[in-house]
Design a protein around this ligand. Structure first.
Ligand code: NAI
Length: 258
């Protein structure tokens, strides 16, 4: 029987591919995005997040089989923090009650290999303290200091740290809700299209994110992994950041992480 799944970022790239895959399998997808979605909302603002949660709850009747927080931006601006961290967390927290009402609920986040790169500690700390004004002030300061490029890795590191902590809490693991992330390497989507158009940038990307296993991936690779994470088959995985990255994480961090 089809399941009901809320999915942010459903209008493009990985989210769009996942929505198509799930619908082909007979699931009902409640897409959330800035346009071309069942729920049109801006996850970069507190009002947009509340409106998104309310609209999803109304559509699903208070019961959801899965939530996937996929919407994200790679801009070197505070938007990376408001969408990638606060947007993802608000959606998952806001819909957790509806997940708890389902028989085999699942939740997933799209992280990134970027979460393993250098971060701005003040931004990450403010995110984890749930202090959006402080996170925005720290992000503005980073932009002023020409460190805007560190906002994306910071937002992904923060959301992955949030997930690690929450996944084993009474509200998530205790309520029978596996909460995990897929962390892609470089995926060919509209987000990376402008980078692929620049040969010099491709060289920089390949150095920062080496992918010895099969190179840059298509979005279906990430969508398939997310589909498994939110499937009933995933009963015992909690708090894992699964690198589907062509070997980038293993190359960069090596064996000593264990
Ligand atoms: P994309 O740009 O194709 O899709 C992102 C979607 O998020 C778009 O539909 C966009 O409208 C939506 N979105 C952006 N801001 C929003 C907001 N304020 N409110 C609601 N929706 C909003 O990008 P892609 O590549 O599919 O990215 C999906 C996720 O995968 C993101 O979280 C990204 O950080 C992550 N990722 C992507 C990688 C890549 O190489 N493409 C690598 C690692 C992670």
């Amino acid at each position: 029987m089809g399941r009901t799944i809320a999915l942010s970022g459903s209008a493009s790239g990985i989210g769009r591919t996942l929505a198509e895959l799930l619908r082909e399998r007979g699931d009902e997808v409640i897409g959330i995005d800035l346009k071309d979605a069942e729920v049109i909302a801006d996850l970069g603002t507190p009002e947009g997040r509340s409106a998104a949660v309310a609209a999803v709850l109304e559509r699903c009747g208070g019961r959801l089989d899965a939530v996937v927080a996929c919407a994200g931006v790679a801009h070197p601006t505070p938007l990376a923090v408001t969408v990638n961290y606060f947007g993802a967390v608000a959606l998952l927290d806001g819909l957790r009650g509806a997940l708890a009402a389902a028989e085999r609920p699942r939740a997933a986040v799209v992280g990134s290999i970027a979460g393993t790169q250098g971060v701005l500690e003040d931004v990450v700390r403010a995110c984890l303290d749930d202090d959006e004004p402080a996170a925005l002030a720290a992000a503005d300061k980073a932009v002023e200091n020409n460190m805007g490029l560190m906002l994306y890795p910071s937002s992904k590191s923060a959301v992955e740290q949030w997930l690690r902590a929450r996944s084993v809490s009474a509200e998530w693991a205790g309520a029978g809700i596996p909460l995990n992330a897929i962390a892609p390497g470089i995926v060919k989507t509209p987000m990376t299209e402008p980078l692929f158009a620049d040969a010099g940038m491709v060289e920089v990307m390949n150095e920062a994110v080496p992918m010895p296993l099969n190179g840059h991936s298509d979005p279906i690779v990430i969508a398939e992994a997310l589909a498994w994470l939110i499937s009933p088959a995933n009963t015992h995985m909690a708090g894992q950041i699964i690198y589907v990255d062509g070997g980038a994480e293993a190359t960069l961090r090596g064996p000593s992480v264990f």
